[in-house]
Write a protein that binds this ligand. Sequence first.
Ligand SMILES: N[C@@H](CCC(=O)N[C@@H](CS)C(=O)NCC(=O)O)C(=O)O
Length: 215
Amino acid sequence: MIHFYGYFRSSCAYRCRIAFNLKGVAHDFTSVHLRRNGGEQHAPDFKAINPQGLVPSITDGDFQLNQSMAIVEWLDETHPEPPFLPDTPNERAKVRAFAQMIACDIHPLQNLRVLLYLKNELGQDDAAKDAWLQRWLGDGLQACDAYIAREGTESTFCFGDTPGLAEICLVPQVFSAHRFGVDLSNMPNVTRVYDACQALPAFADAAPSKQPDAE
Ligand SMILES: N[C@@H](CCC(=O)N[C@@H](CS)C(=O)NCC(=O)O)C(=O)O
C-alpha cells in the first residue's frame, strides 16, 4: 500500500491528492504538521523520509519518493489511465511548461520557510510579507492566465476537455492565492478553469478543508 505524507494546507500535497483521486489510487496517510512542535517536517524521523524536510513524500514498500511533481509523474507512469499529459510531444511540452511556471517559478516564493525567513531573519512585517505574496503570486498567475489564453483555445480546462497535469498544479496555486488574498479578478482563464475543476469530485475531494487533518 502506498503511504502518503502530507499536510492539508500544503499546495504541493494538494497536487498529489488530486493526482491520487484522478487515478483512483488508494493510499494511507500521515499528516506532517508544518507548524506544530516547531514544524514536524524538521523531525529526524520525517527527515529520514524526506531529507529536505518538506511535504509531500510517499513510500511504497522500500520505495521512497519526494517532490510532488515526481510523485505525480510516477503515478501517471504506474497508473496510465486517465493520462495526465496529451498525446503529442509538442502538446505535452506545452503542458509541462505551464506546470513548471507554477511549480518552479511561483510556488517556491510562497513557501513557509521563505515567509519565515522574511519575517524572522530579514525582520519584515506582515504588510511586507503580503506585498511579497501579492507580487509573486499575482504576477505568476497573471502569466498563467495569458498562457492559457494563448494556448488553450476554447477548451473547458487549460488545454483540452480533460484535466491533467496543468490543472493538478493550477488548482492548488489558486487555493493559495485565495488564502493569501491575491486579486484574481483580471484572470478570467485561471478562474474559469479553477471553477470547472471544482465541479469534479477528484478536485473537490482533494480540497484542504476536506482532509482528515484540516483545522
Ligand atoms: N518542490 C517541492 C516543494 C515542497 C514544499 O515546499 N512543500 C512545502 C509545503 S507546500 C513545505 O513542506 N514547507 C515546509 C517549510 O517550508 O518548512 C515539491 O513540489 O514537493
